[in-house]
Write a protein that binds this ligand. Structure first.
Ligand SMILES: Cc1ncc(COP(=O)(O)O)c(C=O)c1O
Length: 396
């Protein structure tokens, strides 16, 4: 089979074998549980120590299992190259601190994963990097905030925490000058491929849907060879390299990603519609609902609506708390994209103690709940949410 024939296959088919070209006769991903490699000659050692992505020198530089995962992501994202990290935050901090220097400027959207936002708000000023936050769902907002000659990086996330706002990838890809980066964690390459729009870097917390079983902490960035070589030089010093075992679980997750995403999307759509009609629910944010303010954009650039939805329960803080403590199938835990349905109540956990103004700015209300649909039967989940809403009614 030619490379061209393989590349013409659908991504879900490619995901089954992606990254395993160098697997010899082993069918499943091979775990290279070693920190270092015997180097045949000094000359070879010198080459391995300096060549970006060399995978047989020292595991912090590269490792064959990690390289297999990186190749798989590069293939599915349509990228020249990828680098895996110990977590999504390891990947994000490598992009921000590896590409920007003192005096540089970053444009970022305000709807971001809280860790990314904190990194930009607290670490960047300490290193002399200015950050301007914009509304990523507003047309033209990123481009308007760019300072020519000073803006080095544009940071976007889509669909975005916490209300699943969508950034227009075509608009982002048209930006010339600064490096553009999209955190595509909620989508994965099977739902959207930002590089096809001209975006420079795509990033994932592979801890989530890609590894997909809540047992691996993993991040990955994909883009051109040139940018990835630059990132690699920083990453080997940063030391947030992916563990081979987690990379193997990343490859394990990719093989079932398509079928999991289709089921989670179907369940999330069902629950979003159910909740939209419920008197104790004020509003539901889900890209698959006609009520989503960017429904048309979501349809244009996403192949599925995904497994995440965010909604507000009537009765605020107490009703939200009672709801997430009353679900029996959906479990109260911080993460997303795995087989277990999870609920979070930011106002009583990650965002506890915010003032009403701060709640408004963050897009989170006292009764906001985020739900990540898992793989349980949708009708069991429906019954679980309805009984938890009944209990929350008492607190409203
Ligand atoms: C969109 C997004 N990006 C990045 C991260 C950080 O990933 P990790 O927890 O793997 O560091 C998260 C974590 O929840 C996330 O939701």
């Amino acid at each position: 089979m030619t490379d061209e024939a393989a590349a013409s296959r659908r991504l879900e088919t490619r995901a089954i074998r992606a990254g395993r070209g160098g697997n010899d006769t082993a069918l499943a991903p091979v775990l290279w549980a070693t920190t270092t490699f015997v180097t045949p000659t000094v000359e070879e050692g010198r080459r391995m120590a300096t060549e970006a992505g060399a995978d047989r020198f020292y595991t912090r530089y590269g490792n064959p299992t990690v390289a297999a995962f990186e190749d798989a992501i590069a293939d599915l994202e349509g990228a020249e190259s990828a680098r895996a990290f110990a977590s999504g935050m390891g990947a994000i901090s490598a992009v921000v601190l590896g590409l920007c220097s003192k005096g540089d400027h970053i444009v970022a959207q305000k709807q971001l994963y809280a860790g990314t936002q904190l990194l930009l708000q607290t670490a960047c000023p300490r290193f002399g990097i200015d950050v301007t936050f914009v509304d990523g769902t507003e047309p033209g907002a990123f481009a308007r905030a760019i300072i020519p000659g000073k803006t080095m990086l544009v940071v976007a996330e889509t669909p975005a925490n916490p209300r699943l706002g969508i950034v227009d990838l075509e608009e982002l890809g048209a930006i010339k000058g600064p490096i553009t980066m999209v955190d595509s964690t909620f989508a994965t390459p099977l739902i959207q491929r930002p590089l096809e729009y001209g975006v420079d870097l795509v990033l994932h917390s592979a801890t989530k849907a890609i590894a997909g079983h809540n047992d691996a902490t993993l991040g990955v960035v994909a883009g051109t060879d040139e940018l990835l070589t630059w990132l690699w030089s920083f990453a080997v010093l940063q030391g947030a390299n992916a563990a081979p075992f987690d990379a193997m679980n990343g490859l394990r997750g990719l093989r079932t990603l398509g079928v999991r995403l289709r089921q989670q999307t179907s369940t999330a759509q069902h629950l979003a519609e159910l909740l939209s009609d419920h008197p104790l629910v004020e509003n539901v944010s889900y890209p698959g609902l006609d009520s989503h303010p960017q429904r048309d954009l979501a349809k244009r650039q996403m192949e599925m609506s995904g497994g995440l939805l965010t909604f507000d329960i009537v009765g605020g803080l107490e009703a939200g708390r009672v709801f997430v403590e009353s679900t029996e199938i959906a479990q109260l835990a911080t993460s997303l994209g795995g087989p277990e349905t999870l609920v979070t109540h930011p106002a009583s956990t990650t965002h506890v103690g915010l003032t009403p103004e701060e709640f408004d700015a963050s897009g989170i209300g006292p009764g906001t709940v985020r739900l990540s649909a898992g793989l349980e039967h949708p009708l069991d989940l429906e019954a679980d949410l309805l009984q938890a809403l009944d209990r929350a009614r008492g607190a409203a």
